[in-house]
Design a protein around this ligand. Structure first.
Ligand code: SF4
Length: 75
């Protein structure tokens, strides 16, 4: 089903109910997370293998445990 294809594969999600926009993930994984000028967190959901290290570091360092990683081969 085409609409489900974009949800397959390694990916990040952020629980907006937990995230307090501290920005630690931006420091740990600048290729994946950015803060907008208006203070909103933006992130790239689809992961490539080269992103795994930064994604894992961001998830590990998030003080709110708001970052969820799915579909990574070493999880
Ligand atoms: S480190 Fe966690 S709480 Fe802080 S902005 Fe990133 S996801 Fe949100």
């Amino acid at each position: 089903m085409k609409t489900l294809d974009r949800f397959r594969g390694p990916r990040i999600s952020v629980d907006n109910d937990r995230c307090e926009v501290y920005g630690i993930c931006v420091q740990e994984a600048p290729r994946l997370f950015q803060l907008d000028r208006d203070g909103r967190l933006r992130y790239r959901r689809q992961l490539e293998e080269a992103d795994y290290g930064q994604a894992a570091a961001a998830a590990r360092c998030c003080p709110m445990q708001a970052i969820v990683l799915r579909g990574m081969s070493d999880e």
